[in-house]
Design a protein around this ligand. Structure first.
Ligand code: SF4
Length: 120
């Protein structure tokens, strides 16, 4: 598959990033999830989603491969955000989606304690 380059410093990317943040905010709000307290995880996933939206016009998960099927790009595990495996399995069972951006409040509370313990 040909690689399309996305300039992360371009105004287009920055505008897309703003939209992506609004999108992930809404996902959290509507599903009762919260962001990963590790900001670099949350931002990294948002950047990956913004990039995929620009490249493929779809919110393909940044943590899964994208392959070409019948000339069209597809996420190998059909991971379009927020994906079904995260909704049905990962978040209810483990407290976070595969990429780690969307979490349950309980998962985040435990993670914060763990992070504080590490920093002390
Ligand atoms: S694992 Fe699913 S919910 Fe999490 S970022 Fe990827 S597509 Fe979105």
């Amino acid at each position: 598959m040909s690689m399309i380059k996305v300039d992360m410093n371009s105004p287009e990317f920055k505008a897309r990033m703003e939209k992506t943040i609004k999108f992930t905010d809404k996902v959290c709000e509507s599903r009762g999830w919260v962001y990963n307290p590790q900001v670099e995880v949350t931002e990294g996933v948002q950047m990956g989603l913004a990039r995929n939206k620009m490249m493929y016009n779809k919110l393909f998960c940044p943590c899964f491969m994208i392959e070409e099927v019948d000339g069209k790009p597809q996420s190998v595990d059909n991971r379009i955000c927020p994906c079904t495996p995260a909704i049905e399995k990962e978040i209810p069972e483990t407290g976070a989606c595969h990429c780690g951006i969307f979490c349950t409040p309980e998962f985040v509370a435990a993670k914060k304690i763990e992070l504080e313990m590490k920093s002390n």
